[in-house]
Design a protein around this ligand. Sequence first.
Ligand SMILES: Nc1ncnc2c1ncn2[C@@H]1O[C@H](COP(=O)(O)OP(=O)(O)OP(=O)(O)O)[C@@H](O)[C@H]1O
Ligand SMILES: [Mg+2]
Length: 331
Amino acid sequence: MSELIIEQPLLNINGLKTHFFTKRGVVPSVDGVSIEIPAGKIIGIVGESGCGKSVTSLSVMGLVQRPGKVVEGTIEFEGKNLLNINKTQMRKIRGNEISMIFQEPMTSLNPVYTVGRQVSEALTIHENIDRDEAKKRVIEIFESVGIPEAGKRFNSYPHQLSGGLRQRIMIGMAMICSPKLMIADEPTTALDVTIEAQILHLMRELRNKNNTSIMMITHNLGVVAEICDYVYVMYAGKVMEQAEVNELFDNTLHPYTDGLLRSMPRMNSSDEKLYSIKGVVPNLMKLPKGCRFSPRCERATERCLRQEPELYRIDNNHSVRCFLYESGVKK
Ligand SMILES: Nc1ncnc2c1ncn2[C@@H]1O[C@H](COP(=O)(O)OP(=O)(O)OP(=O)(O)O)[C@@H](O)[C@H]1O
Ligand SMILES: [Mg+2]
């Protein structure tokens, strides 16, 4: 009899709750989120501003600052719960096995050191190599992320580089230790579309070459369509829909995902007025009763205003948090 082998995901976030304990009250930024990232896959996390995407990624990195705190759940990396390990162990994993590209590249580069020195340091902290060898490796990585005149750029300070080049430096820094998992928080949002395309291409290559898993945080569904294998749609701290990428676009179920898709600009309809989801993301300290999307939902019923739906599993690669699909989907 053949045994069924269930592959363990590289990263397994389960029931994560990260809350901020502010003077005004508790902000449940991440409110019971479960995300699986298999080895070699690119997973997209999408949702409007303030949905908890960055806080989720900071939780994985162990970088949530006070008054924030992970209050529930587990974050298993290769089967080890990152919430149970000490700071030294976490520091070792961070930057070595898991690396991150932050939403604000300028704030994560130190203005007083050359970019070459900063990336070399990222390398020498984790590997026992001398300065010349480190410099050689850094120049190689700069070349591979498409930085022209990489040798010269090694000695540049961050302010001497364009936004696009700085972002490439950050990606180079995130790649240099060949991490198993790379978390990229809006890596291309500030860049123009040609540079964006190049960087997405680079990340796909990284995955193909090294089998790196990537957690791609973005509010841009075009980026998701371009590069992701699987997608999680977050709203006000919760996952509302998750699906394999083609399935999400071809068989969109949640009214929120549908709204996000309809508000995407399309090239061939420039004179058509762009749809926008009515209303705004709620104040997380005053979440509406029932489904948190119900005040903005065109399909909300009386039940949605009082009861919160679970995440219903539609099939192996699709789940949705909406009563419309409580008893499955007619296909
Ligand atoms: N230090 C903090 N104190 C209080 N609330 C916080 C803090 N940091 C984040 N939050 C709240 O947590 C929620 C989620 O924030 P987060 O940064 O994860 O959103 P996001 O989905 O990454 O949005 P964006 O697309 O704008 O980057 C927001 O409502 C935010 O106000
Ligand atoms: Mg963010």
